[in-house]
Write a protein that binds this ligand. Structure first.
Ligand code: KG4
Ligand code: ZN
Length: 339
């Protein structure tokens, strides 16, 4: 009897595979991270990422099946991240997923990476609608209003850099290395937000901008060095983090005034940020769901979790489907329905 869904995620620098049962219970989640390799370059190198996915994907899939204590014959569908992400990296996961679906004669489920991050929260509790998702990752910063299930309405977000990208760039400039988010988060705990940093003007109250903040930190670092003064890294991290987090939470609370919601969910790698996790709960009046820390960064469990619901709704893809590196969340469901 085929009862399980296998999920594959390879959109950036993690090769991951997970198995979930029909009730949404997670049986395995294997994540092979490439961070150690990319750290040497100060950021993700797309070509290296693709090659490492090719090396790891079969091993990770086999381990996910073994950890779940099932066989390939027990699978009822194969889910995979179709986008957004690095084109070459996405290809590896999609091709592996198609091969399995073809060989096992079971459906292929194409999942949007950011829907995965949003659904990471459903390992804690089902979403209640209307719901606002604050998506904060290395590639995206978006406010997504969901009036009902699978209705993704992007009402605001960044006008330039993503919040995670700003963390990574600032960390590089002050010599903390990649990935910057966790390192700034840790360093900020040792300092005080004593540096005054700008909050840029944006036209919509639901939008944010990180490029000016990033440049201000870089200029401060360079000017301090040029004057032979010492920069207090911990204070700078605390100042940057406070400004970055307050900006996005302000956009969220502005949005909630116009779009009242039963629930707010936080999604993406930056959802692991300790300051964001506490500050958002202080500022938002409705229920706030935060993904568990293991489920904040990229993983296949969250992809399989979306796919479990898509399987119930028979949202499958034909085997000639391609990746979509720039897939917008607002096109996700329409594209799947239109094949
Ligand atoms: O969602 P994710 O794993 O990959 C993308 O889909 O982009 O997010 C990665 C981003 C990186 O920019 C990383 O620096 C950031 O999440 N990040 C954090 C923390 N942990 C990871 N940012 C701030 N604080 C953290 N604790
Ligand atoms: Zn992600």
């Amino acid at each position: 009897m085929k009862r399980y869904i296998l999920g594959i995620e390879s959109s950036c620098d993690e090769t991951s595979c997970a198995v979930i049962d029909e009730n949404g219970k997670l049986l395995s989640n294997v994540v092979s991270s490439q961070i150690d390799v990319h750290t040497k370059f100060g950021g993700v190198m797309p070509e290296i990422a693709s090659r490492m996915h090719v090396e790891q994907i079969s091993i990770v899939i086999k381990k996910a099946i073994d950890d779940a204590n099932i066989t390939f014959k027990d699978l009822k569908a194969i889910a995979v991240t179709r986008g957004p992400g690095l084109i070459g990296a996405l290809h590896v996961g999609l091709q592996a997923a198609k091969t399995l679906a073809l060989a096992l004669e079971i459906p292929l489920i194409p999942v949007h990476h950011l829907a995965g991050h949003i659904y990471a929260n459903t390992f804690i509790k089902e979403l209640e609608y209307p719901c606002m998702a604050l998506v904060v990752s290395g590639g995206h910063t978006q406010l997504v209003y969901m009036e009902k299930e699978f209705s993704f309405n992007i009402i605001g977000g960044t006008k330039d850099d993503a919040i995670g990208e700003a963390y990574d760039k600032v960390a590089r400039v002050i010599g903390l290395g990649y990935p910057g988010g966790p390192k700034i988060d840790k360093k900020a705990k040792e300092g005080k937000p004593s540096y005054k940093l700008p909050t840029p003007h944006v036209d919509s109250p639901f939008d944010v901008s990180y490029s000016g903040l990033k440049t201000a930190v870089i200029n401060l670092a360079h000017n301090t060095k040029a004057r032979n003064e010492t920069l207090n890294d911990a204070d700078l991290c605390a100042s940057f983090q406070q400004t970055a987090v307050h900006m996005v939470v302000k956009a969220l609370t502005n949005a909630l005034e116009v779009y009242p919601c039963k629930m707010v969910v936080v999604a993406g790698g930056v959802a692991a940020n300790s300051y964001l996790r506490s500050y958002i709960k202080e500022q938002v009046k409705c229920e706030v769901l935060l993904p568990e820390l293991w489920c904040c960064s990229d993983n296949a469990a969250m992809i399989a979790k979306v796919a479990k619901r898509m399987d119930e709704l028979k949202m499958y893809a034909p085997l000639d489907i391609g990746v979509n590196p720039n897939w917008s969340l607002s096109d996700f469901i329409g594209d799947v329905k239109n094949g």
